[in-house]
Structures are given as structure tokens and as C-alpha cells.
Ligand binder design. Sequence first.
Ligand SMILES: *Cc1c(COP(=O)(O)O)cnc(C)c1O
Length: 353
Amino acid sequence: MSTPTIPVTKTSHSSLPNFNMDEIAFGKNFTDHMLIADYEDGEWKNVAIQPFSPISLDPSCAVLHYGQTIFEGIKAFKNDKGEVVIFRPDQNLIRFNVSADRMQMPAVPEWLFMEGMKQLINLDKDWIPTKPDSSLYIRPFMIATDPFLGVRPSMRYHFMIILGPSGPYFSAPMKILIEQKYTRATPGGVGFAKNGGNYAASLHPVELAKKKGFDQVLWTDAIEHKYVEEVGVMNVMFVIDGKVITPSLERGTVLKGVTRDSAIILLREMGYEVEERNLSVDEIVAAHKKGVFQEIFGVGTAAVVSMIKQLANGDYIMDFDPENMPIAKALKQELHEIRMGRKADKHGWMVKI
Ligand SMILES: *Cc1c(COP(=O)(O)O)cnc(C)c1O
């Protein structure tokens, strides 16, 4: 199918001149335009790029009551040559449609997701920060818009893309509590989908951990709270006795992160052994007691690689020196250099606009 042209309505008053590129708060500022499309009568229509603005929804619409909503998070960069490049958006499209399928929502066609994203970014490219470690955060999402209170899949949806400049994301090394009561995801559940409800359900346990002085929780399996899964809204990686270990995706309770996938590929190329498997809290504690638990870090689009300086299993506290995590550091550097175009993009990850 040939790509339909997407009509563009440009804003008459850009907010870029009033925007301070030196003080960017993540998720609070958005560019001048957005993409919106409607799903109706079994097809996507009314695709348009228009000035960023509130949208109106019927108070009875499905997303507001039953949470039929999914999203993605992607980053675009200005590389060293001044080119605008997006990091592996094809993987986000695949995952978006996996999430859509699980939430009984319609698939978004490639042209709408990719061409829509590229044209929107091209229009708002002056919003891409150029300072080191800055990026343009891309947020595609879909919501159910049927004005109907019955519990059934909506027949109407909006697909939208909004963009926001994102500053150098400094994440201070985190203190993490191993969660032993609450659950993020269950086998057969929706943990592998990037759907809104997962995040709402995680807020309470994380607040409880914060009251105890932690920054985030390390989620464990729903049945025994024995095997580790993810840290907050990031995938998690451990270095034990020189080997990198990350929880496997098998049970559908770990979200398939694009950063996780990229990290596994790069770490193997850098010569590290990487295992995707079940990792129990007991094994972690035993490794710590033996002195072979070397590194622990989170991986995800927002912060890329986040160091962890403390992990608590009840009263048993494991401390780490974030300055002494050579594998985490090397991974962060490698990803950065590929994104900036300083290293060859062997895998074709960077999509130029
Ligand atoms: C988005 C997300 C991740 C990270 O995925 P990336 O594609 O690397 O950004 C990990 N876990 C959860 C729960 C997420 O929502």
C-alpha cells in the first residue's frame, strides 16, 4: 500500500522562542505539533499533523473507565554530523502492536507509525536539543474512545504521537528494595504489554518503598516472590562472577525492552557472557555473601543505563560502588557512541529522517 500523504496544519505561534533549552524537565514540555488519527468502522482515517493542543473526549469514553490504552517511548537524536536519527523505532512498532493485540485494540499500520513519526519530527526538528546526552522523546499512544459504559472492546480509537525535548537525563544511583508483597506482572497477565494499567498498579508499592527510604522496587515473580523480574519500569541486569545475567522473557512477566535487547547484543560483541534466565533472590544473596555480586543496573529508553548503589532484601543490605561498575559504564558509552554516529552502526539501528 502506498503511503497516504498526511495533511499538516502548522501552528501560527510556535512556543519554541519561549522555551529554555537549558532547563528541560522530562515529560513536561512538548513541541509545537502532534499527530492524531482515528480508528472507526474497522479502518484508520483522519490522519493529521496539527498544532499541539488538548483533545476533547466524551466523559463516558472507554479509556477513562476501563483503561484500554497503550504507549511507547522512543528517542531521536541529533548526531555529530547534525543528522536527525531515531533509535530502533521498528522495534517499538512491533511491541506497540503486541501490546495492542493483548489489550484487544487494532494494530497500527507501519506507514502511520513510522511515516507519521518521521514527518512530525521533521516538522518540529528545531526542538531537538543538541547538548550532550539530550534527545527528543517520542511518545506514540492509543486510547479507546467509544462513548459507552459497557465492558467490551471499544470500536473507536485515537492513535497519537507527541514529542518532547529531553535533557541530559542524570539519574542518581538508586537504592532498591526487593518487593516481597506486591506484584507488577503475572503469567497470563499483561506485564509484557506497555499498557497504562501496569503503571497505575505500580504506584502504590513504589510509594511504600519510598517511605522506607528507597527509590524504587525490584519486582519479583507473582507466585513465590523468589525470582527477580524488573526494576521499576526498567529491565534489570546483574553481573555475577563476571557474567551478565538478565531475567528471561519466557513467562511474559518481563517487558521486552529495546534497550535490554540492544544491551544483550552489544555486551556479547564486547566479549561478555550474557545469560537470559531465571535468577532467584537466593542466588543473588549467596553471590553477595561470596563476594562475586559485582554490578546491578537498570536499562531502558529514558535513562539508558541506571546504576544501582544499594539493594535490600528485607534487612539484608547489599551496597555497591556506582563508580566501580565497568560493564555498566562500557555499555552506556557504547550505546552513546552508536547514537552519536561515532561508531559504525553495524546493526542498522539508527533510522535517519
Ligand atoms: C518501557 C519499559 C521498559 C524498557 O523498555 P525500552 O524499550 O528499553 O525503553 C522496561 N520495563 C517496563 C515495565 C517498561 O514499561
